[in-house]
Design a protein. Structure first.
Length: 305
């Protein structure tokens, strides 16, 4: 079972995060530049629901009135602009267009701009610490369809970026790898279990127990277990767990090979998150080149550059 991704990942992205000046105030952000050379791993599909709804740039800001984006889709809330104009129908149509486009291209990863009544997932406003009425309209659709959702603001943090890439790789691999029988399911779990343990130890332990008690597996059971693995991989890690796993991976290597590497500092050494992310990448590359797998980032991208 090859644990390497060779094809580029297709990613839908809120257009204002891709450098396009399409926000209501004519501004935009380039979050993708943070990937640097790693950018080559992705093919981006930028889209702006509010532009596609014909609202123009610049435009009067819109907001959800009377509920969340999900309520809008269920006919229980409205989208209005600041002058009171009802743009609900136009916006739903545009969000449906975006979703159909994503699905027709078999895209199930989306990098969204948080704080928007259209693209936001956990907030629909950026004002103060308020959350607004999450999710936004497109955000609600993407959640329902089981997309791997990445908050574009997180791409500015080197550690979060590393975490996002390794989970994306694992997610795509786990979603697409052929699993026909119990043995193949075990092999997939074996490849991903250390990552899953890091992300959600309780869920991983429960899943591991269920798998070890499996009898005959039907196709639908296999897909059910695949979904449980994907659900764990959607969850982000945090700095302390990532640091602990870096040291654990390195300690295994050091013990097994009997050699020290100067690319990983002691856990107690102070260093920036940028340096820490570099250590992670260097160690996972070194292990890959020597034929080992880095337990907490088991699936790497090795496409043509
Ligand atoms: S958040 Fe979404 S709707 Fe708003 S400008 Fe960005 S892409 Fe367009």
């Amino acid at each position: 079972m090859e644990k390497v991704l060779k094809k580029k990942l297709k990613v839908g992205i809120s257009e204002c995060c891709f450098g396009a000046k399409v926000r209501y105030n004519g501004k935009g952000f380039d979050y993708v530049k943070n990937f640097g050379r790693e950018n080559e791993q992705f093919v981006f599909y930028p889209m702006c629901p509010e532009c596609l709804a014909g609202l123009g740039v610049p435009r009067t800001p819109i907001s959800i009135k009377g509920g969340s984006g999900q309520d809008v889709l269920e006919g229980k809330a409205k989208i209005k602009n600041k002058t009171g104009e009802d743009v609900t129908e136009k916006l739903i149509k545009a969000c449906n267009f975006c979703l159909e486009l994503l699905k027709s291209e078999d895209i199930y990863i989306y990098m969204y701009k948080e704080g928007s009544p259209s693209c936001g997932v956990y907030r629909t406003t950026l004002k103060d610490k308020r959350l607004g009425n999450p999710p936004g309209v497109l955000g609600a659709m993407l959640l329902k369809e089981g997309f791997f959702l990445v908050c574009a603001d997180d791409l500015e943090s080197p550690i979060k970026r590393w975490d996002i890439r390794r989970r994306l790789n694992a997610f795509v691999w786990a979603r697409e790898v052929e699993i026909e029988n119990k043995n193949q399911l075990y092999n997939v779990w074996h490849a991903l279990k250390f990552l899953c343990q890091e992300l959600d130890e309780k869920a991983a332990r429960s899943l591991g127990n269920k798998l070890s008690n499996l009898n005959d597996t039907q196709k639908e059971d296999i897909e059910k277990y695949r979904q449980l693995i994907l659900d764990i991989i959607r969850k982000p890690s945090n700095l302390s767990r990532i640091k602990a796993w870096l040291w654990k991976n390195y300690s295994y290597y050091r013990k097994y090979k009997g050699i020290e590497l100067d690319i990983v500092k002691e856990p107690t050494d102070l260093r920036s998150n940028t340096i820490l992310a570099e250590e992670l990448i260097k160690l996972e590359n070194k292990l890959y080149n020597e034929g080992y797998s880095f337990g907490s980032s088991p699936i790497l991208y090795r496409g043509k550059r």
